[in-house]
Design a protein around this ligand. Structure first.
Ligand code: AHR
Length: 512
């Protein structure tokens, strides 16, 4: 680790004195890795709570400013972070969804119970509304197909309705409902959590069901559809093994779901806002676990697919806390703090480090549900700390991954310890190298010496996201408490960037 083990005391720009730990980070531009698929910055929008209704869709006649029924503020915020792909309509909701309920005149659509999450759904938001929404924000489309209570015939008719450019009855029905040209359908998920809410299947049974459905995914020749198998819950390697061995040749990607529960107890998950350092630590540890999960699932996939043709799609991930006490009928509504921002940053770092296998990921979820990007209340909107991480990290979309080596003292709490600094790097198409650095330690600043062999830069700029408290949040009244600021703590000298990371912070540097 060279000679950087010193502990210093400095007064940082926030004006507080901190013990300063020295860290060495090397970015290996000489060993470029895979392209970072933009789709790892994907999002998940399930038909539940106030995620779609009120969060995305308010209808044309709403007092909330809207574009053809979509909230203008939300659309603009999503466009600003370049959302690459949206997964819809579930989740558990998808395996009870009849796509025919959501087409035709809105006032004639049936009202159904939302059996997964409670309440009723009058289907105002259906296929046209989803596909148009994705087009509006410039995102690819990912449909989760009803396998649990549906049929292959329903699936293939839904796909034809969306994608056919001929004069079949289904394509004509789409035209009669207001859409002449077909939409581009990019991904289909063959069921969701088939081991659980999708049908309580055993992996052997599901592998055959997958093969059956995959056979009937008929894509237009010029517009292939990626078929994603419903994959494992967390560390269920056996599920991945069985699916890959029995159906691997028909699988384009397989999913993985993993949520971090701060307390580790699904019955009492912990508060999104009222927590101490123990749950700060356990949540960041949960985020770090993603590395081991991907490595282990990928190793199983390697047995059947050593060339990594099949992608891993982490199409549900994030922090899941107790529902906010003020949530009312907004199922799975939780606030979002600086802790969520750091765990999102760590998780995105990990996806990038596995860019050769991870081709897509979808944070759960987009608006008003779980670890949301955006919270809304009537006409008010607030961007969360997690949103700002996606904003800072958008520079990595499509960049070439550059391996990083971090030599950092551990951050310890009680008898738990994790690496004090997490990092990732990529070179974009214009040659700019972007480096993200996360200081997990809530007490100590870090002086990072960034070694850049093979990088001819002379200039460094950056942004930092931090706040005075670990549980700092943005609210409708105080929307700017956790927001990126220009970072003045980095200098470039003799080929080395030295950056002072505040405690509990995310910094993204651009090296020209
Ligand atoms: O994201 C909420 C739920 O979590 C999804 O519906 C389900 O797939 C998962 O269990």
């Amino acid at each position: 680790m060279g000679g950087f083990a010193a502990m210093l005391v400095l007064v940082c720009s926030h004006g507080y004195a901190q013990t300063n730990t020295t860290v060495e980070v090397t970015v290996h531009a000489d060993r470029p890795g895979a392209i970072i698929h933009p789709e790892i910055y994907g999002q998940f929008a399930e038909q539940l709570g106030h995620g779609i209704y009120g969060g995305i869709w308010v209808g044309e006649h709403s007092a909330t400013p809207n574009i053809r029924g979509y909230r203008k503020d939300v659309v603009e915020a999503l466009k600003a972070i370049k959302v690459p792909v949206v997964r819809w309509p579930g989740g558990c909701f998808a395996d009870q969804y009849d796509w025919r309920d959501g087409i035709g005149p809105r006032d004639k659509r049936p009202v159904r119970m939302n059996a997964s999450w409670g309440g009723e759904d009058d289907n105002r938001f259906g296929t046209h509304e989803f596909m148009d929404f994705a087009e509006l924000i410039g995102a690819k489309t990912y449909l989760s197909i009803n396998v649990g209570t549906g049929t292959p015939r329903e699936m293939s008719q839904w796909i034809e309705y969306i994608t056919a450019d001929v004069h079949s009855s289904l394509a004509q029905e789409r035209r009669a409902n207001g859409r002449d040209k077909p939409w581009k359908l990019d991904y289909v998920g063959i069921g969701n959590e088939m081991w659980g809410c999708g049908g309580s299947m055993r992996p052997q049974f599901y592998a055959d069901v997958y093969r059956q459905y995959a056979t009937f995914v008929h894509a237009p020749e010029h517009a292939p559809i990626v078929r994603i198998a419903s994959g494992a819950n967390a560390d269920d390697l056996g599920w991945t093994d069985t699916a890959m061995s029995m159906a691997g040749s028909q699988i384009d990607a397989i999913s993985l779901h993993n949520y971090t529960i701060p307390t580790g107890d699904w019955k009492h998950k912990g508060s999104a806002t009222e927590f101490g350092e123990a749950e700060w630590m356990s949540t960041l540890q949960g985020a770090l676990r993603m590395d081991e999960l991907i490595a282990r699932h990928s190793a199983v996939m390697d047995k059947y697919d050593p060339k990594k043709r099949v992608g891993l799609a982490v199409d549900e991930w994030g922090n899941w806390t107790d529902q906010d006490p003020s949530a009312g009928d907004a199922a799975l509504y939780q606030q979002n703090s600086l802790r969520d921002a750091l765990s999102a940053a760590i998780t995105l770092d990990i996806f990038q480090a596995h860019a050769d296998r991870v081709r897509m990921a979808n944070i759960a979820q987009m608006v008003n549900v779980l670890q949301a990007m955006i919270l809304t209340d009537q006409s008010k909107m607030v961007l969360t700390p997690t949103y700002y991480v996606f904003d800072m990290y958008k520079v990595f979309q499509g960049a070439t991954y550059l391996p990083v080596n971090v030599q950092a003292p551990a951050y310890r709490f009680g008898n738990v310890s994790v690496p004090g600094v997490h990092a990732t790097a990529g070179r974009d198409a214009t040659g700019i190298v972007h480096v993200a650095l996360v200081n997990l330690d809530p007490h100590h600043a870090d002086t990072v010496h960034l070694m850049l062999p093979g990088i001819k830069g002379s200039d460094v700029h950056g942004h930092v996201l931090t706040a005075p408290e670990i549980n700092a949040i943005n609210t409708f009244d105080h929307p700017d408490r956790v927001k990126p600021a220009a970072f003045g703590g980095a200098i470039f000298k003799q080929g080395v960037v030295t950056a002072v990371l505040p405690p509990k912070s995310v910094v993204v540097l651009d090296i020209h």
